[in-house]
Ligand binder design. Structure first.
Ligand SMILES: [Zn+2]
Length: 411
């Protein structure tokens, strides 16, 4: 089947249709996990998969699997997937092109009456972004036994709504066990979310691994008091403790800037967060990223060490509430080779690349051979409604994915 190609126009139609569901304010998407918009997208996705002849199952954390049988159907499946949820002000392509590339591959195989030896499964992972329920990638993490299912179901959003309740509300509280079954391999196509491929006009990045990421939520405990009469030396303002840590994290990022290290504070919440009163509670989220895992560990140790000083200066308590780490994984050499060979056979220009963002593929790589393909996005802009990808720059990656998947499923 060396001549087999996906239908680029049909693929792009699905991307554009998805781009109508959960519109943002500036031409992008606001399709947070387990909202009505997410439900509408999921319903459409399930319809598309069913029409493509797949059997759809949903697991307890809402991951959707569309299965296409193989000729040796008892063999473990080859998985293709990504996510359909978006950031608060997200684009139409992040995650979405990966899921819909998988759908287009299933459609193309049907159209050309190609039966693979191993079954194929297309998966949409729940709440990849972590924009509504943090941390990110909880559902692929649960699938890979990184997170406990009940812990995921008990996560709360900023309004106190519970993950499990919201899943039920939109009708995606599936009954299937989460993970715990054999997976032959996992392939994920994703926009790069960085500027390299766009700048070099190379349509395919072969992701060899990721930047090491270490992240945490830190709870800060202080005491409410009147903002007027309370003397400075009696104050225990949790917001100040969190803010001091925010500055310390940012300083660590600058310290490692020369080697492209990054340290980020994306979020602080404080309570009661009102004028006239000191905060008794705050929570701060932070992470570090570096291509070298040992350096990421060093950055992380420096931030941990800074916590004691912040606590002392603000006269509050700082406690790590939860911690996560990913990205040190290296993807599977045999899956990477399949992608490289497919790109060469199809004459698609390609280069090796490291991912600086988090992806479901990291967690899945802990339980199955995994590889990723990056496709370009304009100026590397992502997590922004201005995110943009071109059909003609994306379709070559989908064809590479198709042939890598076929190579794996038929071996
Ligand atoms: Zn994504």
């Amino acid at each position: 089947m060396p001549d087999l190609r996906v239908d680029g126009a049909r693929f792009w139609d699905t991307v554009m249709r998805s781009g109508e569901i959960g519109p943002g304010k500036a031409g992008g998407l606001r399709r947070l996990a387990l909202t009505d918009a997410d439900k509408e997208m999921r319903d459409l996705f399930v319809t598309w998969c069913t029409e493509a002849g797949c059997t759809v199952t949903i697991d307890r954390v809402g991951n959707v699997f569309a299965r296409r049988p193989g000729s040796d159907d008892h063999l473990p499946p080859v998985l293709i997937g990504s996510h359909l949820d978006t950031q608060v002000a997200g684009g139409k392509y992040d995650g979405i092109v990966g899921v819909l590339a998988g759908l287009e591959i299933l459609r193309s195989l049907d159209q050309h009456r190609v039966r693979t030896k191993r079954p194929l499964e297309l998966v949409c992972w729940t709440n990849e972004e972590g924009a509504r329920f943090t941390p990110p990638m909880v559902a692929s993490g649960a699938f890979a036994s990184v997170f406990d299912v009940d812990w995921v179901l008990a996560l709360r959003d900023d309004d106190g709504k519970v993950f499990g309740d919201e899943l039920k509300r939109i009708g995606y509280d599936g009954k299937t066990d989460v993970g715990g079954r054999g997976i032959d391999a996992y392939f994920e196509l994703h926009i790069e979310q960085g500027p390299i491929l766009d700048k070099e006009t190379v349509p395919v990045g072969i992701v060899t691994g990721g930047y090491a990421v270490r992240g945490m939520h830190v709870d800060v405990h202080g005491e409410t008091a009147h903002a007027g009469p309370t003397p400075m030396d009696k104050r225990r303002n949790a917001l100040i403790g969190a803010s001091m840590l925010a500055v310390a994290v940012n300083d660590v990022g600058w310290k490692y800037h020369d080697t492209e290290g990054k340290a980020t504070v994306p979020r602080i919440v404080a309570w009661p967060n009102k004028a006239g009163i000191l905060s008794e509670y705050a929570q701060i989220t932070c992470d570090v990223r570096h291509a070298d895992a040992a350096t990421a560990d060093r950055m992380w140790a420096e931030i941990k060490a800074a916590m004691a000083d912040c606590a002392k200066r603000a006269n509050v308590e700082l406690r790590v509430a939860s911690e996560w780490r990913f990205g040190s994984e290296r993807f599977d050499p045999s899956c990477i080779r399949l992608i490289r060979e497919a790109a060469q056979q199809l004459g698609v220009p390609h280069r090796d690349i490291l991912s600086q963002a988090g992806h479901d593929a990291y967690y899945i790589s802990r339980i199955a051979p995994t590889a990723m393909i990056f496709t370009p996005c304009r100026d590397g802009i992502s997590h922004n409604e201005a995110e943009h990808a071109e059909r003609d720059q994306t379709v070559p990656g989908v064809n590479v994915l198709l042939h890598a998947v076929l190579g794996r499923a038929d071996r």
